[in-house]
Design a protein around this ligand. Structure first.
Ligand SMILES: [Zn+2]
Length: 389
């Protein structure tokens, strides 16, 4: 058992200039107080905060680091990922061994840099072995894709099998990939069986052009795979991509919209009260070289969470790096707010706030030290974060 504190402590909600935590060897928070206690204190320079929530990751793409060029836009990015997946299928066995090693090291590096909860997108079973032995809490979103309505039954059977395997051992829910790869019929199948759906949303201008005008790069993208735009765009007109999603998932309890790089104010007002907005700023900079307009979302701050996306579109799976990217691009947003998105908001999203996300007594939140923290300006100065317990 041990007392720990730092120059500044963020408790999951607010900065505290004086807060001492009494923690047992398993990481359970037993006691906390503002006054300096008697006895030995492990006093850290910089910032101490609870473990973080990575609300959007693709652990199974961990073997794609440095394989995809950055800044070419979403449509090219998706084509590159597809090409790599096909290439990998040729050398399946040897790729699978490397893949498992990369998944293990990505999981361990997230744990060591202070991530305690991950919302992870899954297209295959490949992350199950690591997740069942990981020290991180995972919720797996089984991601369905089907463009052609005639193939929905077939594809849905496949995803249901994957979902079945996950939910035997782990927290999981059926989800959707993105508006332009999911026909209305697939939305209906998923909505019938899932109350917690993740979907990539408005990650490119091309997505808006496709749903608002029926034109642009996604028409060519679909035709390139022998699909027609009419598979996705039905007669009924929606004012935007997000408008269609909110209508098709009107009865789904909880949703998480991921990216929102090209989401407009009029779209935000269409979302329900239990809808979360997940931002992955470093992946946005990597793929589209642009950040979402965070100012549009500030009235929804209780529902903002952060994600890293995958190593195909990011150089590291580190939430402090995402926090710093937003802090640097939006200096007027208080760091306290951004840290809340990274901790307590995420633990509410995944219904684990009794265990993670804040320094509340009786929880095992993880204790993360960020040494690169300016105690005058309250800004993060380096992305190095280290888990103590
Ligand atoms: Zn993603």
């Amino acid at each position: 058992m041990q007392w720990i504190s730092a120059d500044v402590v963020f408790d999951g909600y607010k900065f505290q200039e004086s807060l001492y935590l009494f923690v047992d060897d398993s990481g359970l928070l037993i006691h906390k107080q503002k006054d300096k206690p008697d006895g030995d204190i492990r006093m850290l320079p910089g910032l101490l905060m609870p473990g973080m929530v990575n609300a959007h990751c693709h652990l199974e793409l961990s073997d794609m680091q440095d394989m995809i060029s950055s800044g070419t836009g979403l449509v090219n990015f998706l084509s590159d990922v597809n090409k790599l997946n096909r290439l990998n299928a040729d050398k399946k066995k040897e790729r699978e061994v490397t893949k498992q090693e990369k998944i293990t090291s990505a999981d361990e590096s997230m744990y060591n840099n202070g991530i305690v909860v991950v919302g992870d997108i899954c297209n295959t079973l490949s992350t199950i072995p690591q997740k069942t032995q990981s020290k991180i809490y995972y919720h797996s979103f089984i991601e369905a894709i089907c463009i052609d309505p005639e193939q929905v039954e077939n594809r849905f059977f496949h995803y249901s099998n994957i979902y079945y395997e996950f939910q035997q051992q782990l927290s999981a829910s059926l989800s959707l990939h993105a508006p332009y790869t999911c026909c209305n019929e697939l939305f209906e199948e998923v909505a019938k069986r899932s109350n917690f759906v993740s979907i990539h949303n408005q990650e490119s201008q091309a997505e808006n052009d496709f749903f608002e005008k029926g034109e642009g790069d996604f028409v060519d993208f679909l035709e390139g795979y022998q699909f027609k735009k009419e598979h996705i765009l039905k007669e009924q007109q929606y004012s935007s991509s997000l408008h269609r999603t909110t209508e098709l998932l009107a009865y789904t309890d909880k949703k998480i919209y991921v990216h929102n790089t090209y989401t407009a104010g009029k779209d935000i007002s269409k979302a329900g009260i239990n809808d979360y907005w997940c931002f992955c700023p470093k992946a946005n900079l990597y793929i589209e070289n642009r950040l979402p307009d965070m100012n549009l979302f500030l009235s929804k701050q209780d529902k903002i969470v952060l994600g890293t996306d995958s190593l195909a579109s990011n150089d590291t799976l580190n939430i402090i790096a995402e926090v710093k990217a937003i802090q640097d691009a939006y200096p007027a947003i208080p760091l306290e707010n951004i840290l809340r998105w990274a901790t307590s908001n995420g633990s509410k999203l995944f219904d684990v706030e009794e265990l993670f996300g804040s320094f509340s007594l009786g929880s095992t939140p993880g204790y993360v030290h960020v040494e690169g923290f300016d105690t005058e300006t309250y800004k993060i100065t380096s992305i190095v974060s280290e888990r103590l317990k």
